[in-house]
Write a protein that binds this ligand. Sequence first.
Ligand code: FUB
Length: 324
Amino acid sequence: MNKVFSYFLLAVVPASVMFGCTSKQEVAFKHIGNPLIRHMYTADPSARVFDGKLYLYTSHDRDDTDQNAHFDMTDWHVFSTNNLTDWVDHGAFFSLDDVAWASKQAWAPDAVMRNGKYYFYYPIEQSMIGVAVSDSPVAGFKDPLGKPLIDNTGNKQTVGREPIDPAILIDDDGQAYMFFGCRDARVVKLKDNMIELDGEIQPVQINGIDQFTEKIGGGWYGEGPWVFKRGQYYYYMYSNGWEKDTTLVYAMAKNPMGPFDYIGEVMTPVGAGTSHGSITEFKGKWYVFYHSKLLSNQGKQRSVHFDEIFFDKNGKIIPLQYKH
Ligand code: FUB
């Protein structure tokens, strides 16, 4: 048995003892340390709190993934918890089979609640973003448009080369924004119905970086945006690339559409090949959710983690020291 496999077994066996099927598709499990999710490979965690309960929407790296393919993922999972210790995996609640206009690359999603409905945003085929709607946060999502909300076909200048990784902010005044993009950072307002764009797609300006050198690292914008508000500041977190020493970094602004000022690292590098995460407040504490390749040692079989994070008196994030 090789070292990686024996670690995997040690990590999964204790957790599997605690699994219990709550229904045909649901799996109950406990958080026993990082990685949080050990019964399957998950990535790109989007943590949301709806009515006091935390929901985690993730993409899903397949057990039989082709390591040479470009993230051949086919469905998304949602998990929930009331206390960060007891979790339920509600299963693959949405998949490529639910989308008539696309057939590959089910990548990093996000979901929000508005007026009692749940809106799920998902990138597909490295070129489109769709939306699905449900009355429940964990099931029943349907594509109301029958077409993508964002599509870069013939329109890369405005939409960006790779419109992936949607992240939604609903501001205090009710205005919703969708951030997205790989290498080209973009933002667009959404109408109140959450399924239509409201105005033009715009570049996100990040002061203090040189985006046009194509040199990854530092404040360079790679992908995986996540925007949240804390106090008077909007925080724009994102990945700065795909090397061993790249990670989640952030910029801050007093306006949701920026311009943002680059600040620095949210956390030290995880070395998963990709960095993608979310930050949310839950029961008075702040947490960062992210992924690693700890269980598999493969960048295309990732595992979701979370840790508490802290801010200094000026509102800056005290970088999380990732422990391998
Ligand atoms: O999981 C597939 C892709 O890898 C995501 O869309 C990116 O953010 C990166 O994590």
